[in-house]
Design a protein around this ligand. Structure first.
Ligand code: PHB
Length: 543
């Protein structure tokens, strides 16, 4: 079944158009500073009607892939689910991660892996060395073939269509006329490696070698990247090539030994039933073809891809509907077919927000959710982590009330008399907790501070059992707070989120009854965004 060659019917044509409009909005936001744009600017940059931009942004916001803040639309960290689906399904990332890390350590230089994408090279692994003059591209970024080392290796396999599109692009871009890909590709084919001598960036030099598929085509390129302050192109080649080649061989072997497992049954997050509920809630504003397309895309997170029947089954969509979505995605270049019947994701999926979202810090992930919480409960909300015997604030949104609790990011407080501290202690392994409680000699800070190890152990146990901790004026007279844990993908407690209030305005009962449900919801939303953002980027976890 050659999906790309199929002529779509009218319904399929409409699916393609709706999906394309939705993804055009995502691409525009991907390119915008901080992945944020006024909706009126989105209208200008995409050429879509205002009403269409509104429907697209509402649909994406409903799916948790975007936030609408006043006049702005901002990509949400959860959108990295799309690129993660591609990276998880491609056995290359698993096969190459460890050898690439080892090579970067051995050479003490940055190492990256790119795969061919049209007439460009798209980063799928990036292992940078921290240097003052480091130019780092991110996983998901695309380099034009004529300006990078991998491009010269990939051009060996280009078909007529790719060469034509390449010539058209270069002709239209005055900045693109550096080096002739055909000449560099011929040289690379003879020598088995390619070089980028300050093509993409002044001062940057890179050397790349190919990893081949069984059929001889180039699967990916592994590059070693340095700076002219450390190496010339020639000295980098001499320094790096032998070990770079050995690394490519290791990856080739690891790939050959890897039998793609039949598609796992990872339940996609967006099933047909959820989409129907959304349709009821948003009415005509909900763009079903966009939501279905994204549901189908995320369900292709399966090594070896899925068949049409498996896609229908995993998403809960009717076969004909699932097929229309697959055709639309294939037509837009996000899905390819393998063999007769299987569908897989292409690296182009990474153009949907992945690179900018892979740079998010935990503070940026958590803060919008704290702001939503504060808007609902009108008291300050914070997130903190355990740091020795203290908690340390890593994100905070203050209340708009005149009397607020005034603590900034970076503030440290003792863990034992704080609600966040108790939730964090409750997340520790029992031995670790027992050690700490034995060691601790907690100071009484108010008349109510619990200081005996038994009382503290009971309070922590209560937090573990109930999933929240409430502290009533143990840290400071007049200050009440309630906290719940924030867990990572594996279920480990990595942070705590709380709401703090003045006891005169909101006492323990009010916190438990009126704040706890919203607090739990906020923690759940942070967890969803954090799971997506940290899957391939541990830098997104709170530190
Ligand atoms: C990089 O990994 O940053 C890189 C790789 C190849 C190039 C340029 C940069 O040609």
């Amino acid at each position: 079944m050659q999906v790309s060659a199929t002529t779509p019917g009218r319904a399929a044509g409409e699916s393609v158009a709706t999906l394309e409009r939705g993804l055009a909005v995502v691409r525009a936001l991907t390119a915008a500073p901080s992945t944020r744009m006024r909706r009126s600017d989105l209208v200008r940059s995409t050429g879509l009607a205002r009403a269409t931009v509104d429907r697209v942004t509402r649909t994406l916001a409903h799916l948790g892939y975007l936030r609408i803040e006043d006049q702005d639309a901002v990509l949400a960290p959860r959108l990295s689910e799309l690129g993660n689906a591609y990276l998880a399904a491609d056995p290359l990332t698993d096969a190459a991660d460890a050898p690439v890390l080892r090579l970067a350590d051995e050479l003490d230089e940055s190492v990256s892996v790119c795969v061919p994408d049209g007439d460009g090279a798209r980063f799928v692994i990036q292992c940078p060395r921290r240097r003052a003059m480091a130019v780092t591209f991110h996983v998901g970024d695309l380099l034009p073939a004529e300006r990078c080392a991998p491009g010269a290796l990939f051009a060996a396999d280009w078909d007529e269509g790719t060469w034509r599109r390449h010539r058209e692009r270069v002709a239209a871009d005055p900045a693109a006329d550096r080096g002739d890909v055909a000449v560099r590709a011929a040289r690379a084919r003879r020598s088995g490696w390619a070089v980028d001598d300050q093509l993409v960036e002044p001062g940057l030099v890179a050397v790349a070698v190919p990893v081949h598929r069984a059929d001889g085509r180039v699967r990916c390129a592994v590059s070693v990247v340095s700076h002219t302050s450390r190496h010339t192109a020639d000295s980098l080649a001499e320094h790096a090539l032998p070990r770079l080649r050995a690394c490519a061989d290791t990856i080739t072997e690891a790939l050959a030994g890897r039998v793609p497992e039949p598609s796992q049954t990872t339940p996609p997050r967006l099933r047909a039933d959820a989409l129907r509920a959304a349709k009821e809630e948003l009415g005509a504003d909900f763009l079903q073809s966009l939501a279905r397309g994204l549901a189908v895309l995320t369900c292709l997170r399966a090594p070896g891809g899925r068949t049409l029947s498996e896609v229908a089954e995993a998403t809960g969509l009717a076969r004909a509907t699932a097929r229309r979505s697959l055709l639309a995605l294939a037509q837009l270049g996000y899905v390819a077919t393998v063999g007769e019947r299987r569908f897989t994701l292409t690296p182009r999926v990474l153009e949907l927000g992945h690179a900018p979202l892979s740079r998010l810090t935990f503070e940026r992930i958590a803060t919008p959710h704290l702001a939503d919480l504060v808007r609902r409960v009108h008291d300050s909300a914070s997130v903190s982590v355990l740091d020795g015997d203290d908690i340390r604030y890593v994100a905070r949104v203050a209340t708009t009330r005149i009397i607020g609790v005034d603590l900034g990011v970076g503030t440290r407080l003792p863990a034992h008399p704080t609600s966040m501290g108790r939730v964090l202690l409750a997340g520790l392994a029992p031995e670790d907790l027992a050690d700490r409680l034995d060691r601790a000699a907690p100071e009484p800070l108010t008349r109510r501070t619990r200081t005996s190890p038994e009382d503290l152990a009971a309070a922590v146990e209560e937090a573990r059992r109930s999933g929240y901790a409430l502290v009533d004026q143990e840290l400071e007279d007049g200050l009440c707070s309630i906290a719940v844990p924030v867990r990572d993908r594996s279920g480990r407690v990595v942070a705590a989120v709380n709401v703090a209030a003045h006891a005169a305005q909101r006492g323990a009962d009010s916190l438990r009854e009126e704040v706890l449900p919203d607090l739990r919801e906020a923690a759940g939303r942070i967890e969803v965004d954090l799971a997506a953002a940290s899957e391939r980027n541990p830098g997104a976890l709170p530190r």
